[in-house]
Design a binder for this molecule. Sequence first.
Ligand SMILES: Nc1ncnc2c1ncn2[C@@H]1O[C@H](COP(=O)(O)OP(=O)(O)OP(=O)(O)O)[C@@H](O)[C@H]1O
Ligand SMILES: [Mg+2]
Length: 281
Amino acid sequence: MMSMLKTVADTAPVPAAAPVQIQVRGVEKTFAVGAQKIVALQNIDLDIRKGEFVCLLGPSGCGKSTLLNAVAGFQPPTKGTVTVDGRTITEPGPDRGMVFQEYALFPWMTVAQNVAFGLEIKGMSKAEIAERVEWLLQKLHLQDFRNRFPKDLSGGMRQRVAIARVLALDSPILLMDEPFGALDALTRRTLQDELLRIWEEVGKTILFVTHSIEESIYLADRIIVMTYRPGTIKRDVAVDMPRPRDGSAPEFNRLKRELSQMVMEEQQRFSQDEIRSVTAD
Ligand SMILES: Nc1ncnc2c1ncn2[C@@H]1O[C@H](COP(=O)(O)OP(=O)(O)OP(=O)(O)O)[C@@H](O)[C@H]1O
Ligand SMILES: [Mg+2]
């Protein structure tokens, strides 16, 4: 049993000396909704090192997706900057691959065609594409599904295809917005393990949004807990436990209690806000 788990358990922690790859400085993001101004992000300073697995954790509405979108370049901040490898981000780029919660696959393409899509655009040769697609289908256990269409796949399988498609582009950074949020618990755990395995093997930097405390402890090197409106960084928690992590271990539970307390405080602010907005209507 131990040997089966070995690859994940042997993960070398990211050396503290790894260079900073993503740098967020003084980021603020405001949205105007009618006459109301929503401060979605405020004073965000964050450094993510190359190869790190970082989770953004917080209740609904605390700005997790807004921050991820700023790093992705979909929604530039109102103030402040995001740099990747020293370059200021103003738009999406091939250095950052994004995986969304909903399965953003092309319904008219088979699994293999979906995975190959970005490579064709990149202008790779047919032989290179075939080789890369084959490797990815194997990696994500999709070989028997290569000719299926997305509508004939389970949610978990579709999300594997979405991950394979992003990995095909070989971006050094993966941005993931609740990618497993819609999956049942067992499928979710399987995909979490596969993501960790791939992360180890190909050495990507991962910024992963979740509102699941357990998921963040299971996956991350560091958990960034966010506050609700304005979205700020409440705590930056290093998770210093070997992988695979045991959800029943005392250390796991201690951290879970600590994080639950923090998230609950923010969740309460969110609930109060919702009640206020309903009574104001
Ligand atoms: N395009 C927009 N226009 C107006 N307000 C927005 C927009 N996008 C986000 N917001 C607001 O900004 C805040 C942060 O939203 P965001 O989607 O980043 O939260 P989140 O932490 O990802 O929440 P969830 O867990 O529900 O996905 C929320 O209050 C949201 O209503
Ligand atoms: Mg979100």
